[in-house]
Design a protein around this ligand. Structure first.
Ligand code: SF4
Length: 587
């Protein structure tokens, strides 16, 4: 297995054999470890000393179900701390198939307005990956829906593409890295934390992979892997949330809109209420029914990446049966919907599509516009005004550049007090005052506010892995700690986080999950071992943050959440600081 280092100062590259201490590290575990080992914590995130690291998971590129994730790690321009953001795409499996355990992009081009593309292929003669560089400056300043087809045309055979959009090129803290989905759409984002701006700072516009002829991922114990794989497939196909035509396959993650609204935990109009009167018009069920009417048949969701049997990715179609947007995740339906007081599904879809086209993170974008609405830039409910603000971000007008810096910066510039961020990153679609455990995750994860870092929504809202009162702070620090550690391992395994539903509820599914990983690596890990592995990832990330000046005192939610009772439950965030501190102290 290789570490492929690409130096953007001299457009050179080198292959290193993976050192023994990294042998069992993949995905988030490896991106975070390399960042911790090699990036000076106090460096400027867009300067020459930051590094952008990609790594696929342990089982990525095998036949393990729903496991085609790719992690991107660096020091974040949004939070100033360590960042791992992941996406599902054929890109991760292709990188892994070429035995590239980590791709590290280093250095800094001398010419600031020049962008390059990287074309990474498998050389059958040397039996190693190789890299060609091409001038990609001509593709800059354009919509990624325009540039992707040009890249597909430029290279022969099946390729996978990672790219940045205008948002990354302009250095926004709110910029992602976009990967292709199965239908060649530029729609799968490692969206959070400004990773797109870091890629742009290296002068990289595209990373194109062609894995043709590559050896694939070695599996040490194939029978064990196979046994685990079958157990996982059974669990995924049985669980009501993940099974075919189940919750995710029918309604996508946007199935959560009505559920969170009912629970009073759907942040509405910049986190001023937990319930939105227009929620049902923006929910997964509404997307399903709208498609049924427009397409004349029921339309079930598709897989974002190879080998996913959950298939949760939706598409909203126009009346003329053309695509309006794919995919509208729950967090996007919320950020452009309830959070802005908008209940027009077509306008929400337009906003999601524009974020994809410009390379913006939908969560950060919606949260930023919510703060701008609070400041009176445009009124709540003004979907056309919101669409216009996204265009301003994409085009880089003065207003757009200010908003592209992210929610916290926009809040400061606009003099807004209700700014829903932690460590500089905007909160996603779950209200901490109505769902206390997720608030603890937002406060304490090294990533800044991030629901995927420890999804306590499972027991607090969905009744997965037991049931827990969302309004009670009792026992939630331990719950968040356990979810964060397990999640850090899932993010390292290469599996999509949505396998959590079946493996948490079905014991044989969890067993299969551990067996798959042991089968690939030849390890003998137990359930305790993988939690310890995840906890170690978190400790590495936390240590980086501390060295970067982000101490335990930053593990807090914004003050307004402790002061303003949130309708309809009229609760404040009442988790004591001691409980927040206990998450890592007792890890
Ligand atoms: S469950 Fe959804 S997000 Fe996860 S890999 Fe499958 S299609 Fe992609």
């Amino acid at each position: 297995m290789w570490i492929l280092r690409i130096n953007m100062k001299d457009l050179g590259y080198q292959l290193e054999e993976v050192p023994e201490r990294y042998r069992l590290l993949f995905g988030r575990a490896l991106t975070s470890q390399i960042v911790a080992d090699e990036v000076p914590p106090l460096c400027h995130p867009l300067g020459p000393n930051n590094k952008l690291v990609f790594s696929a998971g342990i089982v990525t590129s095998t036949s393990a179900p729903s496991s085609a994730r790719i992690s991107a790690g660096c020091k974040s321009p949004l939070t100033g701390g360590i960042k791992e953001s992941n996406a599902g795409s054929s890109w991760g499996p292709d990188l892994a198939s070429m035995n590239i355990q980590a791709l590290v992009i280093e250095g800094y081009p001398d010419q600031k307005d020049k962008f390059s593309g990287l074309y990474i292929t498998w050389n059958k003669e040397t039996e190693k990956p190789q890299v060609e560089f091409f001038d990609a400056t001509e593709y800059t300043g354009k919509d990624v829906y325009e540039t992707y087809p040009l890249i597909y045309k430029r290279f022969e055979g099946r390729i996978s593409i990672a790219s940045i959009g205008n948002a990354g090129e302009k250095g926004y803290g709110n910029s992602g890295i976009v990967f292709n989905d199965q239908a060649k759409r530029p729609s799968r984002y490692a969206g959070r934390g400004g990773v797109g701006a870091v890629m742009a700072s290296k002068g990289v516009k595209f990373i194109v992979l062609s894995e043709k002829g590559s050896p694939g991922v070695p599996i040490v114990d194939k029978p064990l892997f196979e046994e685990g794989r079958k157990k996982m497939i059974d669990a995924i196909r049985t669980h009501p949330i993940s099974k075919p035509k189940g919750g995710l396959n029918s309604y996508g993650t946007a199935v959560l809109v009505n559920i969170l609204n009912e629970a009073g935990g759907l942040p509405t109009r910049n986190f001023s209420s937990g319930r939105f009167e227009g929620a049902s018009k923006t929910a997964g069920e509404a997307i399903f029914e709208t498609n049924k009417e427009r397409m004349g048949k029921e339309v079930y969701n598709h897989a974002c990446s190879p080998g996913c049997i959950i298939q949760c990715s939706n598409t909203l179609y126009n009346e003329d049966k053309t695509e309006r947007a794919s995919c509208i995740e729950y967090e996007s339906a919320w950020s452009m919907g309830a959070n802005l007081g908008v209940d027009d599904l077509d306008d929400i879809a337009t906003m999601v599509h524009l974020c994809n086209a410009y390379g913006l993170d939908t969560i950060e974008t919606g949260a930023t516009i919510g703060v701008a609405m609070e400041a009176g830039v445009i009124p709540f409910g003004d979907s056309k005004g919101a669409i216009n603000l996204i265009h301003e971000m994409g085009k880089g007008t003065d207003t757009g550049r200010m908003l592209g810096g992210g929610t916290e910066i926009a809040g400061k510039l606009l003099g807004v007090r209700r700014v829903p961020t932690v460590k500089g990153q905007a909160m996603p679609a779950y209200e901490p005052r109505a769902v206390k455990g997720i608030g603890i995750t937002y406060a304490t994860t090294p990533m800044g506010a991030d629901h995927t870092a420890g999804y306590t929504i499972c027991p607090e809202i969905l009744g997965v892995s037991g049931k827990s009162d969302p309004l009670s702070p009792e026992g939630k620090a331990a719950m968040s700690r356990a979810f964060q550690a397990t999640t850090a391992f899932i993010d390292s395994s290469g599996h999509c986080l949505f396998i959590a539903f079946p493996i948490l509820d079905i014991a044989s599914g969890f067993e299969g999950f551990v067996q798959e990983c042991n089968g690939v690596l030849g390890t003998n890990w137990t359930a305790e071992d993988i939690v310890a592995y995840g906890a170690n990832v978190l400790k590495v990330e936390r240590a980086f943050n501390e060295a970067a000046g982000i101490s335990a005192e930053a593990d807090r939610l914004p003050e307004f959440m402790r002061m303003e009772p949130l309708p309809p439950h009229n609760q404040v965030f009442d988790v004591p600081d001691s409980a927040l501190d206990a998450v890592f102290k007792e890890m």
